[in-house]
Design a binder for this molecule. Structure first.
Ligand code: ATP
Length: 247
């Protein structure tokens, strides 16, 4: 494996509640500094794959029962989500999960708990506001009263507060108007290029994801059925027919 691979998921199987096999041997690789997309319909296993990486399955009574997950060569299946944050990997969950009763700024500050100094927190907060000017104007608003797009930005901004090298992003487009989706993806691309943040994202919006990602993995029923450079996938006839809604 090339040494620029940050994340190497190798043949993982995931079982929920000891009986339901939902990932049936998933392998994927994320190179340093890239945007990699996991694509596929509802229930294909995208979220489960991200949760396996960030070790958030336990709460859902899920377990990785086969295969391995390596971060820069280190096995991480048994690390806690907090251990992963320490190693620079942060997950932004589907549905955004901002603290509704906290302001945007308070939400962002919760993401900086691993930072060592107040100065570092202040620097990162400014950086987040720089990428998300909308959040700056809404800094004193309670998250509950902000728009879906602002909440998604808040969730990504909160993850960025930890100075991650890699962000796992679950369905960033969910429930957002196309124009807002575009705005969010543009910022993701910007963060990728300027801050060198590596992204692994799960998306049902194949069209949008392939426009911004470098590489894609298409999942169906717990398996990767196709993978390739984003441009190749976007031009592939099968992908067009089944996932892009173009006959
Ligand atoms: P979505 O876009 O709906 O999140 P997905 O591709 O991310 O889809 P997963 O959420 O990973 O798919 O779900 C994969 C399969 O696992 C589905 O069949 C789902 O019903 C099942 N599943 C998910 N979570 C659990 C759980 N906690 N217990 C049992 N089965 C689950």
């Amino acid at each position: 494996i090339a040494n620029d691979i940050v994340l190497n998921v190798n043949g993982i199987e995931v079982i929920y509640n000891h009986v339901i096999l939902v990932l049936k041997g998933v392998s994927l690789q994320v190179p340093q500094g890239r945007i990699v997309a996991i694509l596929g319909g509802n229930g294909a296993g995208k979220t489960t794959t991200l949760r396996a990486v960030s070790n958030l399955l336990q709460g859902e009574r899920g377990n990785v029962t086969k295969g391995s997950i390596e971060l820069r060569g280190e096995r991480i299946e048994n690390l806690s989500p907090a251990d992963l944050v320490q190693r620079g990997v942060v997950q932004v969950m589907e549905g955004r999960h901002c603290f509704a009763h906290l302001t945007i700024e308070e939400n962002l500050l919760t993401g900086g708990y691993t930072l060592k100094s107040k100065a570092e927190v202040a620097v990162n907060l400014e950086k987040v506001y720089n990428y998300f000017p909308r959040l700056k104007t809404r800094r004193t608003s309670q998250a509950a009263y902000t728009s879906g797009g602002e909440q998604q930005m808040c969730a990504i901004g909160r993850a960025l507060m930890a100075s991650p090298s890699m962000v796992l992003l679950d369905e960033p487009s969910m429930g957002l108007a196309p124009q807002i989706v575009e705005e969010v993806f543009n910022i993701v691309k910007d963060l990728n290029q300027k801050e060198k943040v590596t992204f692994l994202l799960a998306e049902q919006n194949t069209n949008m994801a392939l426009k911004y990602a470098d590489y894609g993995y298409i999942m169906e029923s717990g398996r990767v059925v196709m993978d390739g450079a984003a441009r190749d996938l976007a031009n592939n006839e099968d992908v067009k027919e089944f996932y892009l809604g173009v006959g």
